[in-house]
Write a protein that binds this ligand. Structure first.
Ligand code: F6R
Length: 615
C-alpha cells in the first residue's frame, strides 16, 4: 500500500527520495509525489508510476537537502494528481500512510475555520490541522511554538492509523515524523537522517535503523534525532543494524520478482529450517522461551490470517488434527475481528502474516486477546513488525524480502514453520515417538531438494500456460490437505492473470460447480498419490464426461494417464504430509506463466497492494 520516504542531509536528497519510492513500488500504488525545501516549498506529483514523477522532478528541476516523498494507493478519493501526496497547507507539506477515521468531522471543523480543500483525501485534513495548530486556531489552544509541537498538537485530534512525515518552509532544518498503527522507521547515517515506512527503502543509505513505537513523534535534523513518546516524554529508541541486504531486493538475472521468489524457495526453506539442520530432535525453544510450557498447556489451536496466509493455516489444520490430535480452527481475520466468539483460554492463537503489518490480522489478534485468549504465537517473515511485537511466542520465517505482490516463498516457508509447530504440539501431547520425529525431520531437511525437483518441471508447465491465457474462468480441485492448495492456486491465477478462478474440494463438484463445466472450462486438479486419490479420480471422470479440460498435477506412481481432454503432468514421488508444499510450487509456476502469456503486470497486479495496512 502507500509508501513514505523522507530525508534531511547536507546534499540534494531527491535522488534518494526517488530511489526510495522505486524500492517501495512493489507495495502497490497508483500515484506518487515529492516535496523539497529549496527557496520555499516545492512539490511535484503525478498519477501513475514513479517514472512519471521522476520526469516531473527533472522538468521542474527540483532539489533540496530536506524532502519527503510518497506512493499512494487510493482509499479516500480516486487515483489522480490532486489526491496524490504530499498535501500542503500554506508552506508545510505532509505525506501520510494509514487511514484517519474521523477525517470528515475534522474536515468540517477546518472548513469552518476557513481552510479550503483541494483533494478528497483524509490526509489533507492533517496538513491543515498542523497549520491550525501553528496558528493557535483550534479550540482555544495557544499557537504551537514550532513544527514539532504543532505535529504533536495535530495528532492528538486524529483517530485511526498514521505514519506521517512533515516539512515546512519556515523550518528548513527540520523533518518531523510520527506514527500510530502504521509502520515507520528512521535511518541513521553519517551524512544525515532518513525516514521510511519500509526498511528496504533505507538500505541504499544505511543499515542502521531506529523503529518508532506507536505514539512517537520525532524531530530529525542533519545531526540529531529528538523523540517524544505517546505520553509526551522525551525518549530514546535503540538503533539496530538491519540484517537485510540491498541486493536481496534486487532482481538480478530474473525477469520478475515473482519468478525470482518462486526460484528462491529451496534457499528460503533451507534458511527457515536451518535450526533443525543437524538436530536429532526438535526443541520448542525455536518458538520462544515459554513455548515448552505453553505447548503442553494448550488443548486446541485457533489460526487467524488473511489471503494466502490463511491458506497456509488451512493446510496446517489437517496436520495439527492428524499428527498432534488437537482440534484446530482457521478464521479469516477480517471476519473474526468483528465476530462474537467464545474464547478458550487454553487455546493457542496462531496469527500468520508475511508482512506482520496486515491491519485485519493485527486487529484480530488484539480482538482475541480482548476476548480472553492468553496464548498467542506469530508466524511472520518480518521480525520487527507490529504483529510480532504483540504475541508472546513467535517464529520468524527466513524467506527474505518478498517483493512480488503475489506471495510465493512466504507461503511455503509459512508451511514449513507450521509443520514444525505441528510436530512440537504432537510431542508436547505425547503423540510423536522418536522414530516418527526423526522421519519427519528428515523429510523437512530434504524439502529444499524436493522443491528443486518441482522447479525443474517449469518447461512443461510453461507449455500448459498457453491453453489458459485465452480463458475467462478456471476451476481448481483438491481434496484433504490439498484443498487449501487448490484455493491458493486459484488465488494466484486470479490475482496476477485476472482470470476468474475458483477452487472446490473435489467432492463438492456435483453439488453445484459441475454446472459450469464444458469444453471451455480448464479444470486444474491437484492429484497427489494419497489416500484420497481414488475418490479424486472419480471426480475427474465427472469432469471428463461433461467435456471439461483436465490439467492434472499427478505424483509419480499416481497412474493417471493423459488422453483426449486429460493433460497430466508427472510431479516427483508423493511427499506424504508435506506434499502440499510441492504441489503449490507447480501452481505458482502455472499462474506465473499464464500471466506472462497474457502480458499482465506480474509483480504489481492492478488494484492490489503488497502490505494491506488498512482494513
Ligand atoms: C496473495 C497475497 C495476499 C496476502 C494477504 C495477507 O498472493 O499475498 O493474499 O497473503 O494480504 O498478507 P500477510 O501475509 O502479509 O498478512
Amino acid at each position: 500500500m502507500c509508501g513514505i520516504v523522507g530525508a534531511i542531509g547536507a546534499t540534494d536528497c531527491t535522488p534518494f527520495l526517488l530511489q526510495g519510492l522505486r524500492t517501495l513500488e512493489y507495495r502497490g500504488y497508483d500515484s506518487a509525489g515529492l516535496a523539497v525545501l529549496d527557496n520555499g516549498l516545492q512539490r511535484a506529483r503525478a498519477k501513475g508510476r514513479v517514472a512519471e514523477l521522476e520526469a516531473r522532478v527533472a522538468e521542474q528541476q527540483l532539489q533540496g537537502q530536506v524532502g519527503i516523498a510518497h506512493t499512494r494507493w487510493a482509499t479516500h478519493g480516486v487515483p489522480a494528481e490532486h489526491n496524490a501526496h504530499p498535501h500542503v497547507s500554506a508552506g508545510l507539506a505532509v505525506v501520510h500512510n494509514g487511514i484517519i477515521e474521523n477525517y470528515e468531522a475534522l474536515r468540517e471543523k477546518l472548513q469552518a475555520l476557513g481552510y479550503a480543500f483541494t483533494s478528497d483525501t483524509d490526509t489533507e485534513t492533517i496538513a491543515h490541522l498542523i497549520h491550525a495548530c501553528l496558528n493557535g486556531e483550534l479550540d482555544g489552544e495557544a499557537p504551537s511554538a514550532d513544527l514539532f509541537s504543532a505535529v504533536q498538537c495535530a495528532v492528538a485530534y486524529l483517530q485511526g492509523a498514521y505514519a506521517l512525515a512533515v516539512i515546512s518552509e519556515d523550518e528548513t532544518d527540520t523533518l518531523i515524523v510520527a506514527r500510530q498503527g502504521s509502520p515507520l522507521m528512521l535511518g541513521v547515517a553519517e551524512d544525515g537522517h532518513y525516514a521510511a515506512s519500509d526498511a528496504s527503502a533505507l538500505l541504499s543509505v544505511t543499515k542502521r535503523m531506529m523503529y518508532l513505537e506507536n505514539g512517537d513523534v520525532a524531530r530529525l535534523t542533519r545531526d540529531a534525532i529528538y523523540l517524544k513518546d505517546v505520553s509526551g516524554q522525551p525518549v530514546e529508541r535503540d538503533i539496530v543494524t538491519s540484517s537485510l541486504s540491498a541486493n536481496a531486493v534486487e532482481l538480478g538475472e530474473f525477469s520478475h520478482y515473482m519468478q525470482k521468489e518462486i526460484f528462491e524457495q529451496p534457499q528460503a526453506l533451507g534458511n527457515t529450517l536451518e535450526m533443525i539442520s543437524g538436530a536429532g530432535k526438535l526443541e520448542p525453544g525455536i518458538f520462544g522461551a515459554e513455548a515448552a510450557e505453553v505447548f503442553q498447556q494448550v488443548d486446541s489451536v485457533l489460526i487467524i490470517a488473511c489471503g494466502t496466509s490463511s491458506y497456509a493455516g488451512m493446510t496446517a489444520r489437517y496436520w495439527v488434527e492428524q499428527v498432534a490430535g488437537l482440534p484446530c480452527n482457521v478464521e479469516i481475520a477480517s471476519e473474526y475481528r468483528y465476530r462474537v466468539s467464545v474464547a478458550n483460554p487454553r487455546q493457542l492463537v496462531v496469527v500468520i502474516s508475511q508482512s506482520g503489518e496486515t491491519a485485519d490480522t493485527f486487529a484480530a489478534l488484539e480482538h482475541a486477546k480482548a476476548q480472553g485468549h492468553t496464548h498467542t504465537l506469530a508466524i511472520c517473515n518480518v521480525p520487527e513488525s507490529a504483529i510480532v511485537r504483540e504475541t508472546a511466542l513467535r517464529f520468524i520465517t527466513r524467506a527474505g524480502p518478498e517483493i512480488g505482490v503475489a506471495s510465493t516463498k512466504a507461503f511455503t516457508t509459512q508451511l514449513s514453520a507450521l509443520f514444525l509447530l505441528t510436530l512440537l504440539l504432537a510431542k508436547a501431547h505425547q503423540r510423536l515417538d522418536e522414530a516418527d520425529e526423526k522421519a519427519y525431520l528428515d523429510e523437512l531437511r530434504h524439502l529444499p531438494v524436493a522443491v528443486k525437483n518441482v522447479l525443474a518441471l517449469e518447461p512443461s508447465i510453461k507449455a500448459w500456460s498457453r491453453h489458459f491465457a485465452n480463458k475467462h474462468h478456471a476451476l481448481f480441485l483438491g481434496r484433504g490437505r490439498h484443498y487449501p492448495i487448490a484455493l491458493e492456486g486459484a488465488l494466484k491465477l486470479k490475482e496476477i492473470s485476472y482470470i476468474h478462478a475458483e477452487a472446490y474440494p473435489a467432492g463438492e463438484l456435483k453439488h453445484g460447480p459441475l454446472a459450469l463445466v464444458d469444453a471451455e472450462m480448464p479444470v486444474v486438479v491437484v492429484a497427489p498419490n494419497d489416500e484420497l486419490l481414488e475418490k479424486l479420480k472419480a471426480n475427474m471422470q465427472e469432469v471428463s464426461a461433461r467435456g471439461g479440460q483436465l490439467y492434472v498435477f499427478a505424483d509419480g506412481g499416481s497412474q493417471v494417464t493423459s488422453s483426449e481432454g486429460v493433460n497430466v503432468l508427472q510431479m516427483p514421488e508423493h511427499y506424504g504430509l508435506l506434499s502440499p508444499v510441492l504441489h503449490v510450487v507447480a501452481l505458482q509456476l502455472l499462474s506465473y506463466h499464464v500471466a506472462l502469456v497474457k502480458g499482465t503486470d506480474v509483480d504489481k497486479p492492478r488494484n492490489l497492494a503488497k502490505s494491506v495496512t488498512v482494513e
